[in-house]
Design a protein around this ligand. Sequence first.
Ligand SMILES: *[C@@H]1O[C@H](CO)[C@@H](O)[C@H](O)[C@H]1NC(C)=O
Ligand SMILES: *[C@@H]1O[C@H](CO)[C@@H](O)[C@H](O)[C@H]1NC(C)=O
Ligand SMILES: *[C@@H]1O[C@H](CO)[C@@H](O)[C@H](O)[C@H]1NC(C)=O
Ligand SMILES: *[C@@H]1O[C@H](CO)[C@@H](O)[C@H](O)[C@H]1NC(C)=O
Ligand SMILES: [Fe+2]
Length: 469
Amino acid sequence: MAELWCEMVVAIMGMIVLSFGRSGIAGKTSTFVRSEWPSLDIPPDNQAFAIPKGRNAPQQVHITQGDYDGKAVIISWVTTEEAGQIEVKYGTLENQYAFSAKGVVTTYTFYNYTSGYIHHCLVDGLEYDTKYYYKIGMDGSAREFWFHTPPKIDPDASYTFGIIGDLGQTYNSLSTLEHYIHSGGQTVLFVGDLSYADRYEYDDVGIRWDSWGRFIERSAAYQPWIWSAGNHEIEYMPNMGEVSPFKSYLHRFATPHVASNSTSPLWYAVRRASAHIIVLSSYSPFVKYTPQWRWLQEELRRVNRKKTPWLIILMHVPLYSSNLAHYMEGESMRAVYEDWFVHSKVDFIFAGHVHAYERSYRISNIYYNVSSGDCCPVPDTSAPVYMTVGDGGNQEGLAGRFWDPQPDYSAFREASYGHSTLEIRNRTHAFYHWNRNDNGKKVAIDSVVFHNQYWASNLQRRRLKKRNS
Ligand SMILES: *[C@@H]1O[C@H](CO)[C@@H](O)[C@H](O)[C@H]1NC(C)=O
Ligand SMILES: *[C@@H]1O[C@H](CO)[C@@H](O)[C@H](O)[C@H]1NC(C)=O
Ligand SMILES: *[C@@H]1O[C@H](CO)[C@@H](O)[C@H](O)[C@H]1NC(C)=O
Ligand SMILES: *[C@@H]1O[C@H](CO)[C@@H](O)[C@H](O)[C@H]1NC(C)=O
Ligand SMILES: [Fe+2]
């Protein structure tokens, strides 16, 4: 009976859809598969993981947003011999550091491995839209970097985000990272599964986190990476006596969770330029009444589309994916949150986990109830677009098997490595591209102009009103 219902819904949906999509609903499955390099991690002594010269030189430098509105950064780095200098010197002129901020130092053990001295330093009270130079470390081994603060929170602020997921540390990962660096992206939205160090055993787990920290520095020292955690961050390894989830991740990657009143660094929100970005944890309790659920309910109330029109959610496990890998793993979170996402008119939900690229149509499946049997997604102009960008290039390789035929909710899918960019132009328009790693080149394959879910429909309504009055 349920199956019959489902087919009827599909038939009805097909009819609705004909008058719905500009280019028709028929999703595209790109049969192109580009796997440039074997799925093997780069050897630890490779230049890609070069250790900076000098005694106790800072390494694994990365920054992230440090507050709710973009006037602060958290600068993190590792020293190996001693904690050394805990200060960051910074200023707006090269080689002249008018200010300094003191950080904190932590270490942890993982099996027999002891981490280096992990520094986290909050630098706040920054001016918007300004280039800052910063210096860490001492004497001959001091190192200098720079970053740009975002424009102030404004509905028409232009800003370009990159989206990267499931990166790892292979030659494919390096290709993705280098393409991203040349994409014009100003901040990375990282959708989980960072180093894949958990594919190693014993002391190599910690060692591969260190190599990954040096690997991403070429981008992450110069612009914020907004972090979310994936299953490869859990590192529940009782065989090695390691049973405390997210231990390496939480020690190494700070997030500004307190600024959004979150009680856990695993879920939080930041506002940047014209975007409100909500980070969720697929692997922390999220059902009704849990801390994450209560926090998300409050955070969605804090969203002000008049100030930040673009509402973006990051999570690791996709809620809609038609890849056979990890098929339906997101159903539990979808059942809890999809209704909120549709009613909040979320613009985009970015996820990783599945090692391929996929973009959905605006669809929802919020009318299902276990008695009524409405079980299929239907076109819904209020619904978010779901993007899976788990194609960073890690050692597990591509997820090349898709559900056949392509479900109606799926607009475009391809199993190649790459990353996405989201160029927000103003309150109504954003230009989105998924960029395939193609024989050493970056090629924009899936390009879409998106209209803002709050402003575009409001403008339409206003125009209609005008015409009718
Ligand atoms: C870890 O340390 C213990 C105690 O020193 C030692 O017996 C063991 O061999 C070490 N394990 C590895 C894999 O190095
Ligand atoms: C967090 O909670 C405090 C105290 O209730 C409040 O003053 C502050 O505005 C809240 N922060 C945000 C981002 O809502
Ligand atoms: C579930 O569906 C049935 C049949 O349509 C309806 O009577 C009932 O009210 C629904 N329950 C909820 C909680 O929506
Ligand atoms: C927003 O950007 C789009 C694309 O560049 C442009 O066509 C539109 O006129 C802009 N809207 C406003 C209000 O500036
Ligand atoms: Fe994953």
